[in-house]
Design a protein around this ligand. Sequence first.
Ligand SMILES: Nc1ncnc2c1ncn2[C@@H]1O[C@H](COP(=O)(O)OP(=O)(O)OP(=O)(O)O)[C@@H](O)[C@H]1O
Ligand SMILES: Nc1ccn([C@@H]2O[C@H](COP(=O)(O)O)[C@@H](O)[C@H]2O)c(=O)n1
Length: 247
Amino acid sequence: MSKKSFNIAIDGLSGAGKSSIGCQVAKRLNFTFIDSGLFYRYIADRFYLDDTIQLNEIRLFKNEMIGNSSYYLQEIEFYLREKNSQEKLQIGQKASEISKVPEIQNIINEIIQTITKNGGYVVVGRDATTKILPNARVKLILEADFETRVYRRAKQLNAEEFETIGKVFSDLLKRDVDSFDLVLEAKKVATIINTSDLSIEQVVARILSRVLWVRFSDYNMLHLIIFILFVFVYTLRAHFSEKIESN
Ligand SMILES: Nc1ncnc2c1ncn2[C@@H]1O[C@H](COP(=O)(O)OP(=O)(O)OP(=O)(O)O)[C@@H](O)[C@H]1O
Ligand SMILES: Nc1ccn([C@@H]2O[C@H](COP(=O)(O)O)[C@@H](O)[C@H]2O)c(=O)n1
């Protein structure tokens, strides 16, 4: 079995650590990292103008992206990295709006499913385990207390003024409400890791040990199947040669 023949899906509420942890896990395993939220942000920023969603352009983008995925994965990250914290918050709000459009969700899910079909990807997003990669071999959901997530996000955005921290607070609260049902669904299929009292390194270590265990059990399952087949063939052979001898 190829080392990379499986995918890892990481779900969780905003600020739980999906991107920072998923990125580290991908690096350690030499997998490719995909932050599905960046697709929503990129599409919202480029194709949601004057309150109009340019669906035709988004459909064309899907074809381009599928045909040239490695270029676009870098392009999307680069495009958004340059934005300042206020812009990021605004793009996040637009992204949250467009994510409610089922056709856009389907387009983004289809792009990611096509890119990841051969395995070797870590995909993060608030519906990664349920909608994007329901067949991922490793499915995880990261949790953290609300206050911890507000603190982390404010620190990440260098938000010091009361007003910006207030925006972070209300933005997270709104996104928690939007994601509530999805997270409940994810909890049915994914392994929960609470990151509130863990450092990024500790969470990464837990995930890597889980991946190691999955690889170990897949590998041993394969050996077990080969062993059972071998015993079966051997018994049949012994049975028939006994019959031939007695005739
Ligand atoms: N276990 C942790 N300990 C300390 N800080 C953390 C931990 N996990 C994440 N962080 C920090 O919290 C911030 C938010 O994390 P991150 O962006 O990875 O969350 P996310 O779940 O991807 O959020 P979103 O869904 O909004 O993109 C980052 O600055 C990150 O460095
Ligand atoms: N799998 C996903 C990922 C994101 N969204 C929506 O996009 C917005 C931006 O996502 P971030 O993870 O970068 O914050 C977010 O508010 C979600 O509404 C999604 O629907 N599915």
